[in-house]
Structure formats: C-alpha cells, structure tokens
Design a protein around this ligand. Structure first.
Ligand code: GLC
Length: 519
C-alpha cells in the first residue's frame, strides 16, 4: 500500500526500449518492472520512448496525445508527434513518433544514424516537457542512448526556468556500449571529451559522440546495476576506457542491483511452459523436462541432468567458454544440453548447429532468440550455465533460480553479488561459482554441479531453497527512491537564485555516501 507520508515523486524514464512494447534485452525489462514497483510505492512514474513500427497500436490502444513538436536543424525541421498508451502496471507511456527515424525501422538498434536517432529522442523529451503541464522532479536516463538528455538539460536548456529544476539520474547497464562506434577502435584524437556543446543534429560530431561519457558528466547522480559492477567499472579491466572518469566522479556513483519481476517470471503462472509448478510441486518441473526432451528429440530420461543456456550469442555471455568445454565434457559425461539464443556472432550459431547434428539425442534447442523456448528451458533444465565474461547485473540466472535451475556462474558483476558458491555440507550458497575465466575453472564447476545433481534429496532441497529466494524489485526500488532524492538535493546546489544553473562542472559536493573502489 502506498505510504501517505512519503513525498510523492514525479519520475520520467527515458529509454530506447521497454517491455512489453519493444524488448531487445534486459534494459527493457528494467524499464518496465522498476516503474511498476515505484508506482506501487506511491510515486507518479511515466515512460518516454520511441514509437517503433513494430509496436502494435491496437493491442495497446495507442492514441495521439500531442502533434507537431519541432526540432530545427541545419538541414530541415524535424516534426514529431507524441502518442500515448498504458502498459501493464498502469504505467503511462509517451511514445515519440517520427516516420523517418523510428516508425519505418524494423529494429530498435543497428542503423548508421543511430546516434542521430538517440539525439532526437533525448532532445524531443525536453521539447515535449516544455509543452506539457506535467513536469517531473527527476528524469531517469538509461545507457548511452539517453545520456544526451542529461547533457542537453545542463547546456542548451539550462536557462529554461521549468526544465532546469529537473534533476537527473543516469544508469549504466553496460559500459561497453558508449556510442555508434566500438570504443576500442576509436583513436585518441577521435574521442569525444563529452563537454563540447553539440547543437545541430547533423553536426558531424554527433556520430562519434559518447553518450555514456556525457551521461556521466552531466547527470546529478550516476548508478550502475549492481554494486560489484560499479566497483569493477572503476578499474581499467572493466571500465572500457572510462575507468578514470568513473573514479573522478565516484562521489556521485552508486550501485543498485536489478530485481526480477515475479509477475512476469513465475513458474506457477508462466503461460509459456508446459506444466506450471512451484517449490512444493517439483515433480511437475520434471514433466517440463520430459516434454522438452520429447519436443527437441533428446532421450527422454528424468535422471539425466539437463544443462541449459538462454541468451545472446556474444563474447559477453561467455559463449567462448561454453564452446570450449561442451564437446570435451559431453563425450564422457552423462548429461544433456538445451540451448536457445542468437543475435550475436555468427560463429556460435554455426558451431551449435554442427554440434546438434553430431549429438542429436544429447543437445537440442533453437538457434534464434525465442522468448517461449527460453522460458521452456528455464522450466526444463536442472543446471543453468551463465559463464559471462562480464555481467553488469544479469537477469537469466535470477530467472533460472526462480524456476529451480541451479546456476553455474563466473564470479563477476552482478553474478558475484547474487550467487554464492554452494557447500553441500553446510548448505550455504545457491550455485556453482568459478573465479578465473578459463576452461578448467568452468569445467570443474560443471562437474561439481552434475555430481551434486546425483544426490536427489539434497538437490531437491537446493532447488527449493533457490526458488524461495527473494530477488524481487521491492528493495531495489526503495534504493532508487533514495537515489532520486539524492539527485534532487544535489541538483538544488547547481541552481542560482535566478534559477539558472551556476556552472557546468561545479565542485563535487562531499559527504555523499559512495562506493569504495578498493573494496
Ligand atoms: C544489460 C547488462 C545486463 C543487465 C541488463 C539490465 O543488458 O548486460 O547484465 O542485467 O542490462 O540492467
């Protein structure tokens, strides 16, 4: 129940993707489930995002809200409209409509003018707020695509008496993605310092501009999606070239772990799995396993451990390690492997295709992203492989745990914050964890998991323990409220009596709790 004593905040999420309208990755889940939780806590939360052509207007009863917002550029005037709808959780979504930049594009990302598209989004949200009665206390921006909105507020819009009262929080979901370039390919001389004002959408600097750097520099508070990842990005190993900036800005840097939305990810209600179950009816989980084995041509056997993987086929997700160990192990050990994913590097698709042909009764799945098959693998598998090279937070292992599939993870980012190594003697821990990112360490943990699986009673107890853990959004949403309030407080220090922002880069305010990089 909303608490009447709390100060009700007006919060606007600006995001390039949001579930269920335009999900590409975990960012979309966060931008749906966090607002949902914040609304439950009594706050007024709305979302601003593009209206892509793939979003079904009828399904979500999308209506026009405001027509004819204009941005002047050196080439032309760009005209946009705002549409509106509600998504489950009673969340109001403002959809930015423009034929050329969003409506005609089949995908969310991957175009040669992506920087321009996110510039436009970041600018239009402010133009929209100028025209709108409702003014948020805080804008919550996410990843490089919306770092520009924090930037514009502090520069071009700094004299706007209405807009310059708005505080900003910038959340980093993946620091490797900084702009329309690979940060590792950029020459020193090409690098955006993040401070120069870029006013024209068609300026050549737009394409090379670094949205993360701009988001970090210009936002009141910066956060990342786990405490451990927040510490990691202050180091050269994980900082993707921005570690020095992160260390400089650490007074305003925080880490909040993502939660899991149990309205969406719940084996007792999931419409995509064959048989619903909970921690007291694990025999029904076995039915999902037998069904999966049947559908995907594997030997039907409840006693063979079924290992699962659900995710993008990228280096980040540790696909290289899975590739290195799978064939070595499957020759000698008795287990099966279920896989679904894609949209990454072609080599993995090819590799798993060949492997499925070679071991048709042991390896099965689908080599394209499929939400339904993903859910079926969570429900069917006993052990879940998540050996990410780096992982800001990670969602798949949280889902796996809720579905009673025991995770094998690399000790990195959010995985280190949420999975502790299992000790069968003390029954402490909730998964199998390896520290060094190499074939041997990963293999040892897979073998340990398979060995533990043989002890039926203890395994069942472990599954029940995992399924009872609470990784819901509640605690994290409360921490975000705290960050919003901190950002609002901090923002006030930027304003002069006249209501203008004093300076672009003020002295840091000391005394704000922060993360110690040496911990
Ligand atoms: C990114 C990160 C992932 C995180 C998600 C949501 O996709 O790679 O670890 O869970 O964002 O914050």
């Amino acid at each position: 129940m909303p608490n009447s004593k709390i100060k009700k905040l007006k919060i606007l999420f600006v995001t390039s993707e949001v579930a269920p309208l335009s999900k590409v990755g975990g960012l979309a889940d966060v931008c749906w489930s966090l607002p949902r939780e914040l609304i439950k806590l009594g706050h007024d939360v709305r979302i601003f995002t593009p209206k892509y052509g793939s979003i079904e207007e009828e399904k979500y009863s999308i209506k026009y809200y405001l027509k004819g917002l204009k941005v002047s550029t050196s080439k032309e005037d760009i005209i946009c409209n705002i549409k509106q709808c509600l998504i489950p959780g009673n969340i109001k979504v403002y959809l930015l409509e423009n034929m050329e930049y969003y409506e005609k594009r089949a995908n969310v990302y991957g175009y040669s003018d992506d920087s321009r598209r996110w510039y436009l989004l970041s600018k239009l949200v402010l133009e929209f707020l100028k025209a709108e009665d409702w003014t948020p206390d805080i804008i919550h921006n996410h990843d490089w695509m919306t770092g520009f909105a924090s930037n514009f507020l502090r520069t071009e819009y700094k004299k706007d008496k209405k807009l310059n009262k708005i505080a900003t929080l910038f959340t980093i979901h993946n620091i490797e993605m900084q702009g329309q370039f690979n940060y590792w390919d950029q020459k020193e001389s090409e690098k955006d310092d993040g401070k120069k004002n870029i006013t024209d959408l068609y300026a050549k600097e737009v394409i090379g501009s670094n949205g993360v750097k701009r988001g970090i520099i210009h936002s009141d508070i910066v956060s990342s999606v786990s405490e451990n990842y927040t510490r990691e990005i202050m180091t050269p190993e994980y900082g993707a070239g921005l570690d020095k900036l992160m260390r400089e800005e650490r007074m305003k840097l925080f880490g909040v772990i993502n939660g899991l939305d149990y309205n969406v990810f719940n084996p007792s209600t999931d419409p995509d799995i064959w048989v619903n179950y909970d921690r007291n009816s694990l025999e029904k989980k076995t039915k999902n396993k037998l069904k999966f084995q049947q559908e995907f041509g594997l030997d039907q056997d409840p006693d063979v451990p079924l290992l699962g993987f659900v995710g993008r086929f990228t280096k980040q997700k540790g696909l290289s390690l899975i590739k290195e160990v799978l064939e070595i192990l499957i020759k000698d050990l008795h287990f099966q492997f279920a896989i679904v994913g894609g949209s990454g590097e072609q080599e993995y698709q090819q590799y798993f295709y060949e492997l499925m042909k070679k071991y048709p009764h042991k390896i099965g799945g689908h080599l394209m992203v499929s939400k339904i098959i993903g859910q079926q693998i969570y429900a069917a598998s006993d052990i879940f492989l998540y050996p990410s090279l780096f992982e800001p937070c990670g969602l798949a292992h949280l889902i796996a745990m809720k579905y009673g599939s025991v995770p094998v993870v690399h000790k990195t980012g959010g995985l280190a914050d949420t999975v502790l190594d299992f000790d069968p003697n003390t029954f402490e821990g909730n998964g199998f964890v390896f520290e060094d990112f190499n074939q041997r360490s990963f293999m040892i943990q897979i073998v340990r998991a398979i060995e533990n699986f043989k002890h039926k009673n203890s395994w069942k107890k472990l599954q029940r323990k995992l399924m009872g853990l609470d990784f819901s959004w509640k605690n994290s949403a409360i921490q975000y409220i705290d960050l919003y309030n901190k950002a609002i407080e901090r923002h006030k220090r930027w304003l002069t009596k006249e209501g203008l922002i004093k300076a672009r880069f003020p002295e840091e305010v000391s005394g704000i709790h922060t993360i110690d990089p040496s911990r």
